[in-house]
Design a protein around this ligand. Structure first.
Ligand code: MOS
Length: 710
């Protein structure tokens, strides 16, 4: 489609508003009068009961307006653990719900004062006494409590085809290895925040949420208000990554406090509170077994996963789900078990399931390739399925092979030494690694409203959000292209619960779902224009939803990652030197914002391979390194400029009328395994316990030295 504005690398249309400060995030929105400020007090035990709350000193401190706890909070709708029901994020979220403490860092009181500083000071004066019970905080230890969840995020809990054990027993080569991944925290730049204001009996909450429609329902149902008495606004969001799928106590408590004080109330979580009050990515233990014949064809793939789930609210990370579609093999097994621990609530974080699952599977494939004395790309090529290996339906589109071959060519894969430790650059050991990527493509029902005025200016309204991904921009491109107007003639209004309902930003389904709906509505509007209806009252509204293509075809996006790293042979330090990802995500809606999404995902893969680790103190259940000094992520100094993402031309007509598939979560899938495999190729040390830190490398290098000296 050469003349289409769709796909062009347009700058984001909200870019200017963001860099000039005109874009208002939840905590920046001005209220009708200066708001009061709320600060949360959080629990300092992992499991037990609140026995006493002493707030006398806090009550006497300057500027204090309100102190709330379970002792005086008004009645709210009851909490229902949801498992993984579709309405998980739309549930009632009652706050200060009794005396039970479910995890370390759980909100137990709110202090509201004239200023943030006064509220912060007073919050420190609230003394909470507890009766502490012994809790379960350790995943490995807790495995004896593991049970099969009813569902995983998407799909069934287990799958079993053929006989994996028998295939392993008679195979020419096999891998049987256990990999572990740590707790991770989304912690986007923008802190979770809410500003609540009442006008009579009508409540408006400005909050940082990916899912306006769920937030709207969650707040209304908690406070037992009719939906039409609550408005949720989330126009700009400084990063979500899954951490803003649910709403948290700030939204509910700001609303309650604002009502009691008859004044707007703002609550912003602290960076430290983000680690426990919001959700996190569960730690995992994964056993992978692979068996292959001398021809390099897999005879068995088994992926068994154990993940943490908060005891108070089950969440089952779908760690092995995409393994079901990845490689051909007659004997297959995938299982998911959750381990209930007294830790904060886990939920989705960028590519839930896949991001951690592919850290394990794609490293295991590298280990198998070595055992077969086969190039790891060749191993993958020999196990390419011609249809979905478990559901047996055809793939909608699958361009994994071109991703692998084009990537190998472009990256210079032939420079890689098959034997680890051969490529040296002074005291640095240099290695190349690769991994494949897979991520399911989802689409959800979505609604849109479009108007065109007498000057041919187009206004789009949807309750969709833009979490930094480029939603505003791609929606403008689709409207402009379909209605044949310049992009500048399109205003996109998002993030209000009064606008037509969409699934919001999550699961990489936002772009395909929302552009499909917008496209259909614009086509309907175009018909009215062509029929000669006069501008001035031109409006169309409607919805679109996926059809049976989602059952009749196996829909995924794909990629291949290539990484070059250098390992310091003296200190074990790992430096990324180059990285390339080649991706198949159907038609790309904006080459610039999509590339940015993919590179962001790839770097997060680097982060999960080398840096991130939210450490649990297994005595108390606290996340110990709960700030951005102790919780490491790659910074500019860790990332070379030679990082690139290339998108193959494609069009998936089973995904959406516009042919796009999700990109937001694709880039992280497999990326960390490419790093792990490059580290192994550099220095011959195989680290299966992520993150791969210098101490683990040094330990491995020392063992090599001992072995050589014998
Ligand atoms: Mo995503 S982890 O569903 O925002």
């Amino acid at each position: 489609m050469p003349d289409s504005i769709i796909g062009q690398p347009l700058d984001r249309i909200d870019g200017k508003a963001k860099v000039t400060g005109r874009a208002r995030y939840a905590a920046d929105v001005p209220a009708s009068m200066p708001p009061a400020h709320g600060v949360l007090v959080t629990s300092t035990i992992g499991r037990g009961e609140i026995t006493r709350i002493e707030a006398d000193d806090a009550e006497r401190s300057p500027g204090i307006l309100l102190i709330m706890s379970h002792e005086n909070v008004p009645a709210q709708a009851p909490f229902k653990p949801s498992g993984l029901g579709g309405s998980r994020h739309a549930r009632a979220k009652p706050q200060f719900n009794g005396t039970r403490v479910h995890y370390y860092g759980e909100p137990v009181a709110l202090v509201v004062a004239e200023t943030f500083e006064q509220a912060t000071a007073a919050a420190r004066l609230v003394r909470v006494s507890y009766r502490t019970e012994s809790g379960s905080y350790d995943l490995a230890e807790g495995r004896r409590l593991a049970y099969p969840p009813e569902h995983i995020v998407v799909g069934k809990t287990d799958s079993r085809i053929g006989d994996v054990d028998r295939a392993l027993a008679s195979s020419a080569a096999k891998v049987d290895a256990t990999y572990t991944t740590p707790y991770q925290s989304h912690n986007p730049m923008e802190l979770v925040a809410s500003l609540a204001e009442w006008s009579g009996d009508k409540l408006t909450v400005h909050c940082a949420t990916q899912l306006v429609n769920s937030a709207h329902r969650s707040i209304a149902s908690t406070l037992r208000l009719p939906l039409e008495k609550v408005e949720v606004v989330s126009e700009y969001i400084g990063g979500g990554f899954g951490g803003k799928l649910p709403i948290y106590g700030d939204a509910i408590l700001a609303a309650i406090a604002a009502k009691q004080l008859n004044r707007p109330v703002k609550i912003v979580l602290t960076r430290q509170q983000m680690f426990s009050v919001t959700t996190h990515r569960a730690a995992t233990i994964q056993r992978i077994r692979l068996a292959a014949g001398e021809d390099g064809k897999l005879s068995a793939v088994a992926h068994e996963a154990w993940t943490q789930s908060a005891r108070m609210d089950e969440f089952a990370e779908g760690v092995a789900a995409s393994t079901r579609a990845m490689y051909a093999a007659p004997n297959r097994l995938t299982t998911h078990r959750v381990v209930p621990l007294d830790l904060p609530v886990s939920d989705s974080m960028r590519a839930p399931g896949d991001a951690v699952g592919q850290l394990a599977l794609e490293q295991a494939m590298d280990e198998l390739a070595e055992k077969l004395d086969l190039d790891p790309i060749e191993l993958r090529l020999r196990n390419e399925p011609d249809r979905d290996p478990e559901t047996h339906v055809p793939f909608s589109t699958r361009a994994l092979v071109p991703c692998l071959t084009q990537g190998a060519e472009q990256f210079g894969w032939n420079r890689r030494s098959k034997i680890p430790g051969r490529l040296k650059d002074s005291h640095w050991l240099v290695g190349l690694g690769m991994a494949a990527a897979i991520r399911p493509n989802y689409r959800q029902p979505a609604h849109a409203r479009v108007r065109m005025d007498a000057n041919k200016h187009v206004t789009v309204e949807m309750d969709m959000t833009d979490i930094g991904t480029g939603s505003y921009t791609i929606l403008a491109q689709v409207a402009a292209d379909t209605l044949q107007v310049p992009v500048e003639a399109v205003s996109v209004n998002l993030g209000h619960s009064t606008y037509p309902e969409t699934p919001g930003s999550g699961g990489s389904f936002g772009a395909a779902s929302c552009t499909s709906a917008l496209y259909d509505v614009c086509v309907a509007l175009k018909k009215k224009i062509d029929a000669g209806e006069s501008p001035g009252n031109l409006q169309a509204e409607g919805q679109s939803e996926p059809g049976s293509e989602y059952e009749n075809f196996s829909q995924y996006s794909y990629g291949a990652h290539f990484a070059e790293v250098a390992v310091d042979s003296v200190t074990g330090e790992i430096r990324l030197r180059r990285m390339l990802g080649i991706f198949d995500a159907g038609r790309i809606l904006n080459a610039k914002t999509a590339r940015s999404q993919l590179i962001g995902g790839m770097l997060w893969g680097v982060s999960s391979a080398l840096h991130e680790n939210a450490v649990v103190d297994v005595r108390s259940g606290a996340f110990v390194n709960h700030d951005l000094a102790g919780y490491h992520v790659p910074v500019h100094a860790d990332v070379p400029t030679a990082v690139d993402a290339v998108m193959l031309a494609g069009f998936d007509d089973k995904s959406s009328p516009l042919g796009s598939k999700g990109v937001g979560e694709l880039g992280i899938c497999g990326a960390g395994a490419a790093i792990a495999n490059a580290v192994y190729n550099a220095c011959g040390v195989r680290v299966r316990d992520y993150p791969i830190t210098p101490d683990k490398i040094l330990g491995g290098l020392m063992q090599q030295n001992v072995a050589q000296q014998r």
